[in-house]
Design a protein around this ligand. Structure first.
Ligand code: CO8
Length: 263
């Protein structure tokens, strides 16, 4: 595995781009450089038609990401904190807007900005020992990269308040029961294999249909039902401008497996 990025490792395997946050000594804490590197790699992948799905994971055995980097944040002014949060927000928007689905493979602690990054992804798998939480309140701050909003939307307002006001941790099983993550993987070694299996299923699909489905869900969620249904309708119609639609339906009628080309 090689990388031109200071804080990340990146490799492509079977059309799946695997990004590993690589600051194991700091439990992969997110400093400005990580956010900048993540933004650049995501923008690079967005344009890469050889990559049809993405996995984000953390290096080392302990943590996915133990939050934003407290050493860097400690002496920030309010203006500097705003600029830092804007960097994080750009990463979330890049994940939302890229056509490829992004899977978070949570290999340990996913705290603060780490949980927020996972929740920006499309799907989340976690090892049994993973711990989730928004401990910002214990540092005299609040979540700043979507925690107050995404946790509330995925669970409900009182669960979000429990997690954010107490700043405690929950285990992977509870996170799954609350609807914060998709699946708990029992063996630690099996996490990347399972993430690759999920990604492997996704790369068989039409990247156009995947991106339109992702867009309809992500953009519809915050709109009124009427507006969201109109947007879904447009996305549905847009599928019919693709060869993949023709291939999918032809393959069905010819009783064969479709070969989608992302066109
Ligand atoms: N920032 C910087 N360094 C960290 C962080 C972090 N978030 N987490 C761990 N480290 C460092 C430790 O300082 C330690 O360094 P050293 O070896 O030099 O002393 C090393 O990683 C190992 O950590 P521990 O010794 O603490 O390991 P433990 O196994 O004892 O504990 C924990 C693991 C429980 C994960 C513990 O490290 C911990 O509580 N970490 C901090 C968790 C936290 O509070 N996270 C939230 C940070 S605030 C935040 O995320 C705001 C997000 C806003 C985003 C807005 C901008 C986009």
């Amino acid at each position: 595995m090689s990388s031109i990025y200071e804080t990340l490792l990146y490799e492509v395997k079977d059309r799946v781009g695997i990004i590993t946050i690589n600051r194991p000594k700091q439990l992969n804490a997110l400093n400005s450089q990580v956010y900048r590197d993540l933004y650049c790699i995501l923008k690079q992948i967005e344009r890469d038609d050889q990559v049809s799905a993405v996995i984000i994971t953390g290096s080392g055995e302990k943590a996915f990401i133990a939050g934003a980097d407290i050493t860097e944040m400690k002496n920030m002014t309010a203006n500097e904190a705003r600029s830092f949060a804007i960097l994080g927000k750009k990463v979330g928007i890049a994940i939302k807007e890229m056509p490829q689905p992004v899977i978070a493979a949570v290999n340990g602690f996913a705290l603060g900005g780490g949980l927020e990054l996972a929740l920006s992804c499309d799907l989340i798998l976690a090892v049994e020992k993973a711990k989730f939480g928004l401990p910002e309140i214990n540092l005299g701050i609040i979540p700043g990269n979507g925690g107050t909003q995404r946790v509330t939307r995925l669970t409900n307002i009182i669960i979000a308040k429990e997690l954010i006001l107490f700043g405690g941790r929950i285990n992977a099983q509870r996170a799954c029961e609350l609807g914060l993550i998709n699946k708990v993987v029992t063996s630690e070694e099996g996490l990347l294999a399972e993430a690759m299996e999920w990604a492997g299923k996704l790369v068989q699909k039409s990247v156009i249909a995947l991106s339109l489905a992702k867009s309809a869900i992500n953009n519809g969620i915050d709109a009124s039902l009427e507006t969201a249904l109109s947007y879904e309708l447009q996305c549905f119609a847009q599928c019919f401008a693709s060869r993949d639609q023709e291939e999918g339906m032809t393959a069905f009628l010819e009783r064969r497996i479709p070969v989608f080309k992302g066109q």
